[in-house]
Write a new protein. Structure first.
Length: 355
């Protein structure tokens, strides 16, 4: 295709995983934002990849840190990161900010949660987080919480009464309700309850790979039918062997388009642009990390010590261009590819973030 489309990663990372601090953080069960390395290489490669905007994860996800206090602190940390790099980064609070980032050659940073535990039992905190610039809130991580069931929770665990209150508050304050990691019942409940379109910012299709972290066609169809968005990740859950390849990403994108329509699908890689340089050394650390997650009860079915948490042939600074080439080879039109790579997320943001 001619020209560079908007590239919006619905869930990713800004980090140099090769920096010593980030390598140490990778061994932790719950790395904090202060442990990520947003250095010159991170910024240069993000921009060189063509990335327009990315939703990053901040705040409490799991572990022993106090959820609310830790989350407020992490918002401060990311405000500091963005403020220190005004020529490279732009905090995104509106869809217009994404267009500004594209115009200026900066990377838009969307603040997102991967667990809503930080709300505690005080739904008014949703307003506080929205005021601080949080624009995406995932209701659960893999385990259940007081809002609903995660993908590792018992089947049939639905959205709770308090979960419905939180969804209402997120709607009121123009924050995306993200149902990634949720169990099927909670996803269906939340998508049906929400007055505003919802999203699944990083997932795969269970019809192709039957793992709980992937979404059923019923979930995908309901999210799309109500005006929502589905992002396909670059994760091992795309292949039953756990060794996902770029071709698997294409197949899951194609299935999602078949189910949802081409106006509701995009990408949410769940990884950084900067690639790990020494895969052999990384593989030695991976087994320990997977074991810790399993012992803590926060791992997802399909996580194994012999599988990378990324697609090995779709990483690094050329990952988006390579995906575009593969989609072109499949015969997809330039218009469809532009939608998948970013325009659909931008249109969805317009539907949710507009006051």
């Amino acid at each position: 295709m001619t020209g560079t489309p908007l590239i919006i990663n619905a869930l990713g990372q800004l980090d140099n995983p090769n920096a010593p601090r980030s390598m140490r953080a990778a061994a932790e069960l719950n790395a904090t934002s202060e442990q990520f390395t947003v250095d010159a290489r991170t910024l240069a490669e993000a921009r060189a990849s063509g990335l327009t905007a990315v939703t990053i994860t901040l705040g409490y996800v799991m572990g022993e840190l106090p959820p609310y206090e830790h989350t407020v602190h992490e918002i401060d940390v990311w405000d500091g990161i963005v403020d220190r790099h005004p020529d490279a980064l732009l905090k995104v609070t509106t869809a217009a900010d994404i267009r500004t980032a594209a115009r200026d050659g900066r990377v838009g940073v969307v603040y997102g949660f991967q667990n809503a535990v930080a709300v505690g039992d005080d739904v008014s905190r949703v307003a506080e987080f929205a005021e601080r610039g949080v624009r995406v809130v995932q209701l659960t991580y893999n385990q259940a919480n007081h809002l609903g069931g995660g993908s590792a929770a018992p089947a049939g665990t639905g959205l709770t009464a308090f979960g419905r209150e939180v969804v209402d508050a997120l709607n009121d304050h123009h924050v995306m309700v993200d149902l990634s990691h949720s169990g099927e019942r909670t996803c269906l409940d939340a998508a049906a309850h929400s007055r505003v379109p919802v999203s699944v910012n990083h997932t795969g299709c269970r019809a192709l790979t039957d793992l709980p972290r992937n979404k059923t066609d019923d979930e995908l169809r309901l999210v799309a039918s109500r005006g929502g968005f589905v992002g396909i990740y670059f994760m091992p859950f795309l292949n039953p062997t756990g060794h996902a390849r770029a071709a698997d990403v294409v197949e899951h994108l194609a299935h999602a388009v078949d189910v949802c329509g081409e106006d509701h699908v995009g990408i949410g890689t769940d990884g950084p642009v900067t690639a790990i340089d020494d895969l052999d050394a990384y593989r030695e650390r991976l087994a320990e990390h997977v074991a810790r997650r399993r012992a803590a009860g926060v791992s997802a079915a399909g996580e194994r010590a012999d599988t990378y948490p990324f697609v090995v042939d779709l990483r690094g600074v050329d990952q988006f261009r390579e995906l575009i080439r593969l989609l072109e080879r499949r015969g997809w039109s330039a218009t469809r590819i532009e939608k998948i790579m970013g325009r659909n997320f931008l249109d969805y943001a317009e539907r949710v973030w507009t006051a």
